[in-house]
Design a protein. Structure first.
Length: 196
């Protein structure tokens, strides 16, 4: 009977399997390291791309904020210029108003009334004067109510006084200003002609 010693063969096979296991383990570690490195590189590239986009957006937002501030400054300047323009237009419109009002008051003034003062605050005119009778004051109030430049006259005070043995009635009348109807129609016609 032949005796075969299988012991070295088993050791060789075991050593071969251990060598293969070591190579497989090394290959697995290298492959896992490569996958981790590629994943890290991909994620890092995506992160850098997103950071770059974020930086571009931040720069664009900062630029837009500067432009918005410039626009706000321009709007404030435009509003200031428009307010000044409106003031100049009002002054231009009201330039002859004092003369017209004094002329209108003189036209509406009945005989027997003398004025002491005429004061204007905003759109209210206060007229103080002396009349020889109460009827003349009533006539003044009626005349002012039919004026093209004034409306809603109100008698505030009327008092009877004796001056040098002459009876006088001191009075105070307030009246509101209004734009004359003739000017309003002229302005409407001018605007219509300008549109054509």
């Amino acid at each position: 009977m032949v005796r075969v010693n299988l012991l070295p063969h088993r050791q060789v096979k075991r050593a071969e399997r251990q060598r293969q296991f070591g190579l497989m383990a090394l290959f697995t570690v290298v492959l896992a390291s490569a996958i981790v490195f590629m994943g890290w590189s991909y994620i890092n590239a995506k992160k850098e791309a997103q950071d770059s986009r974020n930086k571009r957006l931040d720069d664009a937002i900062a630029k837009l904020e500067v432009e918005i501030k410039d626009i706000k400054t321009l709007k404030d300047q435009i509003n200031s210029v428009l307010e000044r323009k409106q003031i100049v237009e009002n002054l231009q419109t009201n330039r002859g108003q004092s003369v017209v009002l004094l002329d209108e008051i003189a036209r509406q003034l009945p005989d027997g009334i003398y004025l002491k003062s005429v004061k204007q605050q905003a759109n209210v005119i206060e007229i103080q004067g002396v009349a020889d009778t109460n009827a003349r004051v009533a006539t003044l109030v009626r005349n002012l109510s039919t004026s093209n430049w004034m409306e809603a006259p109100q008698l505030q005070v009327i008092t009877a006084n004796m001056v040098n043995n002459i009876k006088q009635n001191d009075f105070t009348v307030t009246v509101n200003l209004k734009a004359p109807q003739v000017d309003a129609t002229k302005n409407a016609q001018a605007a219509k002609a300008g549109a054509n």
